[in-house]
Design a protein around this ligand. Structure first.
Ligand code: ZN
Length: 239
């Protein structure tokens, strides 16, 4: 018998497969990214009901297969995040968050900070749809970058270590840069710099606010960091 294991997981994406099945992209607490097939889940009387929908957090029993996909043998809902679907803004942000995890974290190594961050994000959007703002989405991405090991240098010039007059951002240098090292950078206002610092330092629910220009610069810094270091093109966080 192939081995079975139990782990907490969030369904990042669910794709129709065959007549009644779905292939699930899971982010698990204990094994990072896992692909699984849920057999018969699209039948009206499926024993899984809605427990394998995207964004649901559940305890899953999985059986390892011969290929890349596990088979879902059992599911117990921990948090369905049902209110997310009642708010268009919250749903959009939640889909974005799951997509970011899907694209940035493809390793089968467990990453508890990334798993916990996604759980917190979905819980926040579920309980407070008003949290579904661009600033909040950027704070989430910034923390996700940290969890994935790609956080930019923000305390001193990423190229020379200078701690004053940090006025640019360069993804290739690895973070903020001083005027002497500004080649290839774009101008980063002091407010945008402190937005990035606070987004990392504060709890997710207490993300910093930011004006449109501040958020646009922060968005660019995050997107270019992801592109340069993770080699992933991610859509910018729309207003
Ligand atoms: Zn410098």
């Amino acid at each position: 018998m192939p081995p079975t294991f139990t782990t907490e997981a969030i369904v990042l994406r669910s794709i129709r497969y065959g007549e009644a099945d779905r292939v699930l992209h899971l982010y698990t607490r204990d094994r990072g990214r896992v692909g699984a097939i849920a057999k018969g889940v699209r039948r009206v009387k499926s024993r899984f009901g809605g427990r394998l929908e995207p964004m649901v957090r559940s305890e899953l029993m999985l059986r390892e297969g011969r290929g890349d996909l596990c088979t879902v043998n059992g599911a117990h809902t921990i948090d369905a995040h049902a209110s997310i679907r009642e708010s268009r803004a919250a749903l959009d942000r939640a889909v974005q968050a799951c997509d970011a995890v899907l694209r940035l974290l493809d390793s089968q190594e467990p990453n508890p900070p990334a798993y916990n961050l996604l759980c917190h994000e979905l819980q926040l959007l579920d309980r407070d749809p008003a949290a579904a703002t661009r600033a909040q989405a950027l704070a989430f991405r910034m923390k996700l970058l940290l969890a994935a090991g790609f956080a930019p240098e923000l305390a001193s010039c990423a190229a020379c270590g200078e701690r004053e007059h940090l006025s640019g951002f360069s993804a290739s240098a690895g973070g903020v840069v001083c005027p002497g090292c500004e080649a290839g950078s774009f101008a980063l206002d002091a407010d945008a710099h402190s937005f990035l610092v606070n987004a990392l330092g504060r709890p997710l629910a207490e993300h910093p606010p930011g004006s449109e220009p501040v958020l646009r610069q922060a968005d660019r810094a995050i997107a270019e960091t992801i592109e340069y270091h993770a080699h992933v093109r991610m859509r910018r966080v729309a207003a």
